[in-house]
Design a protein around this ligand. Structure first.
Ligand code: DX5
Ligand code: ZN
Length: 221
């Protein structure tokens, strides 16, 4: 299984985002993970579609947009138009609105020609989203509670990765990317991959390292 690295720009210098994008490209990133936080679904506020459009203008790498927002449907059009390649929405934000909201949101993302995905928090059993995985291009398993970079990896979340990989294999979902996000480092990357993740999101590990290319290579191997 080919492992892809999706560095999170949450740990980048926001005053010089163009330079951060160029560094990631040179260092061998496969995707760029954009953490959108609304101050309600999670406490912090990061950035919105305007930032994603600005990043889009600087790179051809796929932009992997992680929406940590309430009422995600409200925002799909603006992020699609900003140039997102994949948009992932939280199961937990959708389920409090209605039973069909998640499915409808995935269809809405697809209607813009954008790939779609669902995210589960550490305290959500991934089985809750099995019903929609055939409609998804990506499953994003949180290995920390969303909201902040630099948190400690929660090993108990690997269970969600293992269960999802087994389900994807049994259902023949060969195109489903299983991504893991939060506290990923060169030290625990192998465990995440062994559990079945093929996309690794890493913020602090990449941006706080002295040698970004070496860190990305270490994550990949
Ligand atoms: C957490 C974000 C993550 C985070 C990853 O809410 O979704 O993408 O930035 O950062 P690290 O790798 O520092 O945990
Ligand atoms: Zn994220």
């Amino acid at each position: 299984m080919q492992v892809k690295i999706s560095p999170s720009i949450l740990s980048a210098d926001f005053a010089d985002i163009g330079a951060a994008i160029s560094r990631l490209e040179r260092a061998g990133a496969d995707l760029i993970h954009c953490d959108v936080m609304d101050g309600s679904f999670v406490v912090p506020i990061t950035f919105g579609a305007q930032m994603v459009a600005a990043i889009r203008s600087r790179t051809a790498l796929p932009l992997d947009v992680h929406l940590m927002v309430e009422h995600p449907q409200t925002h799909i059009k603006s992020f699609a138009e900003a140039g997102a390649d994949i948009i992932c929405v939280h199961f937990e934000a959708c389920k409090k609105i209605s039973a069909s909201y998640l499915k409808d949101t995935l269809a809405l993302i697809r209607s813009f020609g954008v790939k779609c995905g669902v995210v589960v928090n550490p305290d959500t059993d991934v089985e809750s989203v099995f019903g929609v995985l055939p409609l998804c291009d990506m499953l994003l398993v949180m290995s920390v509670f969303p909201g902040y970079g630099g948190q400690k990896f929660m090993p108990q979340t690997l269970k969600n990765v293992e269960k999802a990989r087994a389900f994807a294999e049994s259902e023949g979902l060969a195109g489903l990317d299983i991504s893991i996000d939060g506290g990923i480092t060169p030290q625990n990357a192998a465990e995440a991959v062994a559990a079945g993740a093929n996309v690794l999101v890493a913020g602090s590990a990449v941006f706080k390292s002295q040698d970004m290319a070496a860190t990305i290579a270490a994550l990949r191997s």
